[in-house]
Every structure is written in structure tokens, then in C-alpha cells.
Design a protein around this ligand. Structure first.
Ligand code: GDP
Length: 295
């Protein structure tokens, strides 16, 4: 992920470093290259426009141009701007202190990595000392509950399946099951479709109204290109969510969607998933990701 973008940016910075003093023309050329690199990485064009305009304004100051190491200052400005684009600070999962169990609901399209993310999140919370339950509310894809059950067995986390028919009922009952089993967190896995679909959205809204989750997280496949903007905007409008789990960051997509999602929705990326194993979910650190991209 981001390999081509990283190469392009490093190339631009390499040229700047070779120049010593920088002119306004040099900055203009560098900004044009950064703009092209971001667009080719599939970053949303509005996001690119704003990003480059802000970088340029910060770089075109006497302080930068006349400094002893102008190229280094330009790199720092782009790094800071990229960190800001990704969310500046790490955004923690907010768990309510006065409610047991806490309820975390996952939404997203089919294939985005929702079911595996549910299990990975359960595993992460278990390692932090919590006692989660997974609620199998994707009742439309019969294999989904089996998949969740298999993953639950693997990580030693209980999976509540209920009647496997009525998603809202399963969600509601899973909370009672957690109360009975002294579990402090319920992670609700919901149904996804291949595309945005009215019935799917309504079911997600109904589950949300029924269980009043403390956190709704949208699982977004980092391999999705430009379409990511429409998908997350639609979910934000219909179901609303508090943050994003970005899955498949280990893939080799260009990564533009991952870079656009925060700016487009205003919602923070809270976790990133870097593989299929249960322990491949990590808290997202914008600064580390920005440094990785810049190489
Ligand atoms: P769902 O339909 O949204 O519940 O998606 P699944 O959880 O079933 O995931 C779809 C596919 O993506 C499965 O084959 C997962 O193993 C795979 N997958 C999920 N997350 C990741 C990830 O972070 N990296 C990789 N490489 N594969 C993933």
C-alpha cells in the first residue's frame, strides 16, 4: 500500500534536496508533482486540491525559502499536512464507564472485512482485559455466522447466534446474553451488501435504534478506489458512525481512499487491519502512517 505514492514523493523531495536554495518556481514544480502523485494514488480530487493549496501556502514564505535547509522544511510541512489529513492524533475507542455491557456495532459493505474485523476487535479487547461477546447479526449470509463462530472459537470469545433469522432480535438478545455471562462488551456484526442497498441501511438503522451502541464503526476496505467517498458518505448520512476501521492496508492498492476518508467524512480512522490473522488489528496512529508514506 502507498508504495507508488511513496516513491513519487521521495523523488520530488530528492530533487528539492539537490538544489540547496529554493525559488518560488521550485516550490511550484514540487507542488505540481505532489498533486499528480496524490491524484494518481486515487486520492479524492477535492482533498488533493485543499491539501496542495495548504502545503503551498506554508512553503511559500520567506522563512522557508530563505532558511538554511529549505528542502527539509518543505518535507516537514508536507509531513505535518499529511498527518493532519489522516487525523493528527490517535483516536481512541470510547467506552462508556457507566454502562455494562458496552455495545460496539460494525457496519460496512459485504467483503469489506467486517466479520473478521469484529473478531479481531474482540481479540484486541480481550487482550486488554475485557470480556467481549460477538453477536452474529449478519443473518442474510448463512456462512457469516459460521465464519464468526469459527473465528470466535479460535480466539476464545463467545458468539451469540440466537435464531439466526431476525437481526434486530439477535442484537437485542445478545445484550442480555452478555449480562447473563458477565461480559462487558458486545460487538455486533451486521449484514453488508455488495453495494449500498436500502434494505441493508434500514436494517442497520433498526439494529442501531434497538441496541443504542456506544460506538458505531464503519469497516472500509482500503483497496476501494474513488468510490470510497460515495460509500462512506452514504453510510454517514444514513446510519452515521463514530469512526472507521480501515481494513486490508496490507494490500497493494494505491491507498488514495484511505487518505481521503477522514477529510471527506470528518470521522477518524480508529483502527487499521493489516492482514487476516486475529492479531492484525492495530490502533491507528496518523503520524506513523504519514511517516511511512513519506518514507
Ligand atoms: P465481510 O463480508 O465484510 O464480513 O468481510 P470478511 O470479514 O468476510 O472479509 C472478506 C475477506 O477479506 C476475507 O477473505 C478476509 O480474510 C479478508 N480480509 C479481511 N480483512 C483483511 C485484511 O486486513 N487484510 C487482508 N489481506 N485480508 C483481509
Amino acid at each position: 500500500m502507498f508504495n507508488s505514492l511513496s516513491d513519487r514523493l521521495q523523488d520530488t523531495f530528492g530533487k528539492l534536496r539537490g538544489k540547496g536554495r529554493l525559488t518560488e518556481d521550485d516550490i511550484n514544480t514540487a507542488m505540481r508533482e505532489i498533486r499528480m502523485a496524490l491524484l494518481e494514488a486515487d486520492v479524492n480530487y477535492r482533498v488533493v486540491k485543499k491539501f496542495v493549496a495548504e502545503c503551498k501556502e506554508k512553503c511559500m514564505t520567506a522563512e522557508v525559502l530563505e532558511s538554511l535547509s529549505p528542502a527539509q522544511n518543505v518535507v516537514r510541512i508536507v509531513l505535518d499536512q499529511l498527518t493532519e489529513l489522516l487525523g493528527t492524533t490517535e483516536s481512541k475507542l470510547v467506552l462508556a464507564q457507566n454502562r455494562t455491557p458496552n455495545v460496539i456495532m460494525l457496519v460496512g459493505l459485504q467483503g469489506s472485512g467486517k466479520t473478521t474485523a469484529a473478531a479481531k476487535l474482540a481479540y484486541l479487547l480481550k487482550r486488554q482485559g475485557h470480556s467481549p461477546v460477538l453477536a452474529a447479526c449478519d443473518v442474510h449470509r448463512p456462512a457469516a455466522a459460521d465464519q464468526l463462530e469459527t473465528l470466535g472459537n479460535e480466539i476464545g470469545v463467545k458468539v451469540y447466534r440466537g435464531d439466526g433469522k431476525d437481526a434486530v432480535k439477535v442484537a437485542r438478545e445478545s445484550i442480555q446474553s452478555a449480562v447473563d455471562g458477565l461480559n462487558d462488551i458486545v460487538i455486533v456484526d451486521t449484514a453488508g451488501r455488495l453495494q449500498i442497498d436500502e434494505q441493508m441501511m434500514q436494517e442497520a438503522v433498526d439494529i442501531k435504534n434497538a441496541v443504542k451502541p456506544d460506538q458505531v464503526l464503519m469497516v472500509v476496505d482500503a483497496m476501494t478506489g474513488q468510490d470510497i467517498v460515495n460509500v462512506v458518505s452514504e453510510f454517514a448520512n444514513r446510519v452515521d458512525f463514530d469512526g472507521v476501521i480501515m481494513s486490508k492496508l496490507d494490500g497493494d492498492a494505491r491507498g488514495g481512499g484511505a487518505l481521503s476518508v477522514r477529510e471527506v467524512t470528518g470521522k477518524p480512522i480508529k483502527f487499521v487491519s493489516m492482514g487476516e490473522k486475529p492479531d492484525s488489528l492495530e490502533v491507528f496512529h496518523p503520524d506513523r502512517m504519514a511517516k511511512r508514506i513519506l518514507g
